[in-house]
Design a protein around this ligand. Structure first.
Ligand code: FAD
Length: 451
């Protein structure tokens, strides 16, 4: 059994799902989490999103361990983006084909389900255990436990699922030949809410992700099962006309919301209190390599934290678990070094690609979606996909509604982007988009692929 004693750092979404995967193989799995066991309490997670979008890659990973139906009961389908202009008019742009949706789910409740499931299967759970350091050569972990001396344990395998500020990664960084970068973007975010109406209904269409794109900044809203919406305001920290630094008091909040988000403003009775109570948080991209040293592995945000604009951070982390499990199937549970090596080699190009796409999608969300031509562009791509389902798959569909490796989606998406830029450059495109020579567009893809 020596080789099968596994310690996972972090009982977040990825650590708990990975615990389930590994326990299902009969392995001896322990998860160490720095937070208290907050199951059953409705506390606000500091600086973290309250709800998030779950899509196909995530569902696939949940399905493999039999959790899809349980989770689906908690999730609200969002079939497209509903764009709000400054006058309160809205436009709906579908995400994919009819019936294709991303799903809004509460982070806290979802995490609880995964932890409960891990516990039920027999994973050893240790809350209030903050990993301070990992001795990678000896595979020893040092923990701080409130009211105790420090605790030290040994483990044959250590997996860091402890998020963007991973302690295992910190220990790896002290070793030679470890590459690491972290980049904060110029924007931060703050969470706000739209409560249910007086008669207990959703204040807006619950089956859409609402976006108020305003060029350099934006507001978004995702539905919750209690008929409220969680809104996220993304603003530059400083240096522009509308930025966090320039909002000092309730009057400033009112002024920004009345000017740019007036229809949302009318649905946000607690705006001022929430604005000053809720934290303003930063957004980071983490890039590092290798993810593996001496049977210690980084996974999820610990190895590839990304900005949230493609709604893929968690989905990608779940796909990590799925891929790792596939490699365990192939190589068995005695060759951890081999499995981890294969894993990082396979995953790194994909996680690099989705991190980059997430950065690029910020511009699309906050700016491009408000251009009337954006809706036309999406319609042309949808038509191409309908006519040539294999030859043209819109990038959003490849990322969100398929399991095509992210790196492949990225490369194919760039080819399609160049072709679509040319198509959209026609000044009459708004009038003639449905009469285009679609076959010719597909021929251009074929040619570009051969170059
Ligand atoms: C605003 C925002 C919106 C997002 N929206 C989406 C979305 O719509 N869809 C999507 O797919 N992704 C989304 N993401 C990304 C998603 O939140 C992350 O990718 C996901 O939470 C990563 O999970 P994780 O388990 O790797 O890390 P985390 O969720 O960070 O979990 C890490 C866990 O480790 C614990 N921990 C940390 N340090 C230690 C330590 N030293 N010792 C022990 N335990 C420790 C933490 O307490 C935590 O429980 C969003 C992110 C943000 C910021």
């Amino acid at each position: 059994m020596e080789n099968n004693n596994i310690s996972i750092l972090g009982a977040g979404l990825i650590g708990s799902l990975l615990g389930i995967y590994l326990k299902k193989r009969g392995l001896d799995v322990s998860i160490f989490e720095k937070r208290k066991d907050k199951r059953g309490q409705t506390t606000r997670e500091e600086g973290r999103s309250i709800n998030m979008a779950l899509s196909d890659r995530g569902w696939k990973a949940l399905e493999k361990v039999g959790l899809k139906n349980k989770v689906k009961d908690l999730a609200i389908p969002m079939y497209g983006r509903r764009i709000h202009d400054e006058h309160g008019h809205t436009t709906f742009i579908p995400y994919g084909k009819e019936g294709e949706a991303i799903y809004s789910i509460s982070r806290g409740k979802f995490n609880e389900i995964l932890i409960d499931e891990a516990e039920k299967l027999g994973v050893n759970l240790f809350f209030d255990h903050r990993c301070d350091e990992v001795n990678i050569n000896k595979r020893q972990i040092k923990f701080s436990i409130p009211g105790w001396e420090r605790k030290k344990i040994s483990s044959s395998v250590i997996i860091g699922a402890d998020g963007a500020y991973s302690s295992l990664r910190g220990s790896m960084q002290k070793q030679e030949r470890f590459d690491f970068t972290q980049n904060y973007i110029t924007h931060g975010y703050k969470e706000l809410s739209i409560p249910p109406t007086a008669d207990g209904e959703f204040a807006m269409d619950p089956n859409a992700l609402h976006i108020w794109p305003r060029g350099k900044f934006m507001l978004i809203a995702l539905p919750n099962p209690d008929k409220s919406f969680t809104c996220t305001l993304f603003l530059p920290f400083e240096g522009t006309k509308v930025c966090f630094e320039k909002i000092h008091d309730k009057k400033d909040v009112d002024s920004v919301f009345r000017t740019y988000f007036d229809d949302a403003y009318g649905m946000m009775p607690h705006l001022q209190e929430e604005y000053f109570q809720n934290p303003t948080s930063a957004l980071i991209t983490i890039n590092c390599f290798p993810w593996v040293k001496n049977q210690c592995l980084l996974i999820g945000d610990a190895s590839h934290a990304m900005v949230p604009f493609y709604g893929q951070g968690m989905n990608c982390g779940f796909e990590d678990c799925f891929v790792l499990d596939g490699l365990i199937d192939k190589f068995g549970t005695t060759s951890w070094d081999l499995i981890f090596e294969k894993f990082q080699k396979m995953r790194k190009p994909d996680t690099d690609a989705i991190s980059q796409l997430a950065l690029e999608n910020f511009v699309e969300m906050r700016d491009a979606v408000s251009d009337p031509k954006f809706a036309i562009r999406k319609k042309i791509e949808a038509r191409l996909h309908e006519l040539y389902p294999k030859e043209w798959i819109p990038l959003y569909t490849m990322v969100t509604f398929s399991n095509i490796p992210y790196a492949e989606a990225y490369a194919q998406g760039k080819i399609q982007e160049r072709i679509m830029d040319k198509v959209m450059a026609d000044p009459l495109i708004t009038h003639k988009w449905d009469k285009l020579d679609y076959e010719d567009i597909i021929d251009q893809v074929e040619t570009a692929r051969m170059v």
